[in-house]
Design a protein. Structure first.
Length: 161
């Protein structure tokens, strides 16, 4: 009952529903933002070993260096094969760093708003935090239990040194 706000006054339930819609809108905007702007980096084709030939052939050739370089996507879903299949670790790292930098910059403000809205939603439903709300239905049940688990693991790991 608490998870849906059924034990709360109707105006609190309505406010919680409004906040939940705002959270969904922010999440949608965040995903859309990842598909705007520069979505690729230029990479030497010889460094893309591990990718299927047809995938390499489908990449957009780099301007003025068509024979030796291609544009590699840094947004989802196109970046996934690059991160999973390219054998050259330095190239995978470069692609991943470009993806992370792009994603971080694009959605920084939205992530901050999501944190605030999720906390507001959890509080409206009577939870101390979004962690309390989410973990209630999981095995850990509470953030305190997760913290205790980490402390116990840390103690066991440091004992064995």
């Amino acid at each position: 009952m608490q998870r849906r706000g059924q034990n709360k006054p109707p105006e609190v339930v309505q406010k919680a529903l409004q906040v939940k819609r705002e959270i969904a809108d922010l999440e949608r905007r965040g995903i859309q933002n990842l598909n705007i702007g520069t979505k690729h980096i230029e990479v030497e084709i010889s460094l893309l070993k591990g990718l299927p030939e047809d995938l390499i052939a489908s990449l957009e050739p780099a301007w003025d260096r068509e024979e030796t370089h291609a544009y590699v996507p840094i947004t989802f879903p196109g970046v996934l094969p690059m991160l999973r299949m390219v054998k050259d670790e330095a190239t995978r790292k470069r692609i991943n760093n470009a993806k992370e930098k792009y994603q971080q910059h694009v959605n920084e403000e939205i992530v901050e708003q999501l944190i605030e809205k999720r906390a507001e939603y959890a509080n409206l439903l009577g939870y101390d935090s979004m962690s309390h709300y989410v973990l209630e239905k999981r095995m850990a049940k509470s953030p305190e239990n997760v913290e205790k688990l980490f402390e116990d693991l840390h103690a066991k790991i440091t004992e064995k040194g």
